[in-house]
Design a protein around this ligand. Structure first.
Ligand code: HH2
Length: 275
């Protein structure tokens, strides 16, 4: 199985590491650390050295309670970084909900669009479908401002799976080849601890939908609830959750701590090689 994004054809035989770089002042875990162009570029190069297979840039925090950012501001944060990294040897992904920025980012060299809103904004599906970029469709209940107020599902696994299936059907109808599509249950996006645990427990069911399965648990609040640790002390829990996700079918892991993730995946690969 492959994930095709832009000129890159990535084998999913081994799990891929998607390094997160938030060019924002307010992201929940790295807010402010990579908010300038130079800091974001340096972090991108560091993550490549540490073993990142894809770099995912965000110009708008979507942590619970966050406010939306204007197109101009998001553009100002993202585009100069993409332009500076045009020649790096890994695909660049942009985490955005805005169709205009999707188009501009792809023109500036992005090979992938990662949308927490799963291309539901008017014009978003069309903006990406006409290109050769890969796309990640993520599930979210509500919107970031209010999503953690009172999340409710009758059956979270059934509902998330149905949503992702519907988005895959929409992508196919828009002419997108299956190899360009990734799906993500959206850990922490309109979900209680129990909802997140149920999704992780049953992740295998989502891996059977035929698209590359992405999991983003890195440093998130469910790990804080389980361990009692603050956001900058959640690396070990993040690595544990990531390994569980991979063993249940995740093929792309979205993480802040690339080196720790890579070491853990090397141990897993060594053990699997002996089986
Ligand atoms: N999580 C975040 C943002 N984008 N995209 C995908 N596909 N999956 C995720 O789980 C996901 C995502 C939130 O994390 P982060 O980017 O670190 O924080 P913030 O939204 O505060 O910038």
């Amino acid at each position: 199985m492959y994930f095709q994004c832009g000129k890159y054809r990535l084998s999913l035989e081994r799990p891929l590491i998607m390094g997160v770089i938030n060019i924002t002042p307010d992201s929940f875990s790295d807010g402010g650390r990579f908010a300038t162009r130079d800091a974001a570029i340096a972090q991108a190069r560091r993550q490549i050295d540490e073993g990142a297979d894809i770099l995912d840039f965000g110009g708008e925090s979507t942590r619970p309670g966050s406010d939306a950012v204007s197109l101009d501001e998001e553009r100002r944060r993202i585009l100069p970084v993409l332009e500076a990294l045009r020649d790096v040897p890994v695909p660049l992904s942009v985490d955005t909900q805005k169709p205009e920025l999707m188009r501009e980012a792809i023109a500036a060299g992005a090979a992938m669009i990662n949308d927490i809103n799963a291309l539901r904004a008017p014009g978003a599906l069309e903006a990406v479908a006409a290109t050769d970029a890969g796309v990640c469709f993520m599930h979210m209940q509500g919107d970031p401002k209010t999503m953690q107020h009172d999340p409710h599902y009758d059956d979270v696994v059934v509902e998330v799976r149905a949503f992702l299936e519907e988005r895959l059907v929409a992508a196919h109808a828009a002419g997108m080849a299956g190899e360009r599509l990734a799906i993500d249950p959206g850990f922490g996006f309109g979900k209680t601890l129990e909802h997140n645990l149920a999704l992780l427990r049953h992740l295998r069911e989502l891996s059977r939908l035929g698209a590359a399965l992405v999991a983003g648990l890195s440093r998130k609040s469910p790990l804080g609830l389980i361990t009692g640790r603050a956001v900058d002390e959640r690396v070990h829990a993040s690595v544990a959750a990531m390994l569980i996700a991979v063993q249940r079918g995740a093929r792309i892991v979205r993480v802040h701590d690339v080196a720790a993730t890579r070491d853990a995946l090397m141990v897993l690969a060594a053990v699997q090689g002996q089986e």
